[in-house]
Ligand binder design. Structure first.
Ligand code: MLC
Ligand code: AMP
Length: 509
């Protein structure tokens, strides 16, 4: 479309809106509403016009913490059209957590759920946010009003010019030490990666994707949504994961993308095998898919789940092939345009088959951490490779297997939890001497959070939970708290987390 031609990512995402504006983009399963590619971008144009009216200038951040909705997608695309940087936040974050993100990113605009306006208004004011809007799960609120007021002129909004190197989004990823870091994602990184995935996974205008992932993370926003926009296909848009609902939708769909928990839960659904028969593709990522889940899925449905591996900082790095062997327990081959090597701690490449740290390079990489050049430098090699912190090896056929993580990170249901952040919150509670937070196997979530606590006075599990309530999002809070007299340490005084993982490995069943 001519009016978007100067905006690198929008021009690619809106191709179908230009060529076939009536083509269906989405059915909102909750309301039954249907939206074409053309109508979606008209809505995005109205959002962009409203953002400009609120004072947004190119490069300004537009932050949102709201429930998944079609209007939130329009805001994402509207922010792109306005030349702004989209910054979505998990609705599970507490106001205390949101305060950090707003303070760090200093957005011009912040959009929150109407139900949280009272709690977040002072937070936004403290962070110097220029304009505060609301957006409910039903798409209503002051943002919708402002966009609606832009009318037909807003719908025809001409995109603000943005080049390949300009930023399109910032997604925060927790740091292994200290504060969360904002991964800066350029138009080039997002466009190149989603185009590569669209072609690698053979997405076309015929595809209908069951979209049940949240849209505040890479997987649901930049993999699922961007691919469907680029392919000109459509989505069955669900507000959240719903196993029975997904099985019901399968006969009308061709593809599903999910985290491993989606697949383990779906396996328990009656009627899965019959419903999945006409599906084309099941993709899994964000956390390790057990080889046994892969096999059980094949037995139940006749489909081999296609597992891929990515990160907020890198978008998608590797994928099992569309045609060719999808090997259970592996994350497949480097995607076109992505270089991958396995290195020792000093960055020296290791021979094939040896286990080391995975490092990646390509257009898919982020542009650094927001206002943290020293953190960026710590994770980049001088030759442009990014140190993922994931441990793995490449076999003789080029397939990559991830065997663990060099970083102290728990992935629970596809959401990252950094033990250090939880430990700091627990250690701050009265009566706690110290704590160690570990991930242990969890049948549903892959890993679950467990806290091992040394207390100076008698304490109860419920007391720790209550103490964490307003401080940490619930998905980060320990599923169990264990009290011990002391933590196991090595000669250097470092806590032996592997000993704890061994001792409490069965705690969450
Ligand atoms: C919800 N809860 C969780 C949780 N999700 N606890 C631990 N880990 C999780 N992931 C808790 C809630 O706090 C609540 O607790 C209770 O479970 C019920 O909440 P819910 O919202 O009803 O949960 P549910 O709908 O069952 O959600 C589970 C889930 C969801 C797995 C479907 O978490 C999900 O959609 N995860 C996907 C995350 C994702 O998109 N990751 C991609 C990141 S991008 P209580 O105590 O209040 O009852 C990335 C890069 C890449 O990693 O490669 O893709
Ligand atoms: P995030 O910071 O949320 O982007 O999470 C990225 C991390 O998720 C990676 O560094 C990996 O540790 C993990 N991850 C993503 N996909 C896979 C996968 N298919 N298998 C194993 N781990 C994965």
């Amino acid at each position: 479309m001519e009016k978007y031609a100067g905006n690198h990512l929008a021009a690619i995402l809106a191709r179908t809106a230009g060529e076939a504006p009536e083509a269906l983009f989405l059915e909102d399963v909750a309301s039954g509403a249907r939206l074409s590619h053309g109508a979606l971008w008209q809505g995005a144009g109205r959002m962009a016009a409203a953002l400009l009216r609120a004072g947004v200038k190119p490069g300004d951040r537009v932050a949102i913490q709201a429930q998944k909705s079609v209007a939130m997608l329009e805001l994402y695309l509207g922010a792109l059209l306005a030349g702004a940087v989209f910054l979505p936040l998990n609705p599970a974050y507490t106001p205390a957590e949101v305060a950090y993100f707003l303070g760090d990113a200093a957005p011009r605009v912040f959009v929150c759920d109407p139900a949280r306006l009272e709690a977040l208004e002072p937070v936004a004011r403290e962070a110097g946010v220029g304009a505060l809007f609301t957006l409910g799960a039903d798409g209503q609120g002051t943002l919708a009003e402002a966009a609606g007021a832009e009318g037909a002129a807003g719908a025809g909004f001409e995109a603000v010019a943005r080049g390949a190197e300009d930023l399109a989004a910032i997604l925060y990823t927790s740091g292994t030490t200290g504060r969360s870091k904002g991964a800066m994602l350029s138009h080039r990184a997002l466009a190149s990666n989603s185009l590569a995935l669209r072609d690698y996974w053979r997405f076309t205008a015929e595809d209908v994707l069951i979209h049940a992932l949240p849209i505040y993370h890479t997987h649901g926003l930049f993999v699922a949504t961007n691919i469907m926009l680029m392919a000109g296909g459509s989505c069955l848009f669900l507000p959240k994961f719903d196993a029975a609902g997904i099985v019901e939708l399968m006969p009308r769909a061709s593809a599903l993308m999910g985290v491993p928990t989606f697949y383990t839960r779906l396996l328990a659904e009656p009627g899965l095998g019959a419903a999945a028969r006409t599906m084309r593709l099941f993709v899994s990522g964000s956390a390790p898919l057990l080889a046994q889940t892969h096999r059980a899925w094949f037995e139940a449905t006749g489909h081999r789940i296609l597992e891929r591996y990515g990160m907020t900082e890198t978008n998608m790095n590797t994928s099992n092939p569309y045609e060719g062997e999808r090997r259970p327990g592996t994350v497949g081959l480097p995607l076109p345009g992505v270089e991958l090597r396995v290195c020792d701690g000093a960055g020296r490449a290791l021979p094939r088959g040896e286990i080391g740290t995975l490092e990646v390079r390509g257009d898919n990489l982020f542009s650094g951490y927001w206002q943290m050049p020293e953190k960026t430098a710590e994770e980049m090699r001088p030759d442009g490779f990014f140190i993922t912190g994931d441990l793995g090896f490449v076999d003789t056929d080029g397939y990559v297997t991830i065997v663990g993580r060099g970083k102290d990170l728990i992935i629970s249901g596809g959401l990252n939890v950094y033990p250090k952040e939880v430990e700091e919150a627990i250690d701050a509670l009265p009566g706690v001497v110290e704590s160690a937070v570990i991930g242990v196997p969890h049948a549903d979530l892959g890993e679950g959070v467990v806290a091992v606590v040394v207390a100076s006075e008698p304490m109860e599990e419920a007391g720790v939970r209550a103490g964490l309530a307003g401080r940490l999002a619930r998905f980060k809070q320990p599923k169990r708290v264990v009290f011990v007299a002391e933590l196991p340490r090595n000669a250097m005084g470092k806590v032996l987390k592997n000993v704890l993982r061994e001792a409490y490995g069965d705690l969450l069943g």
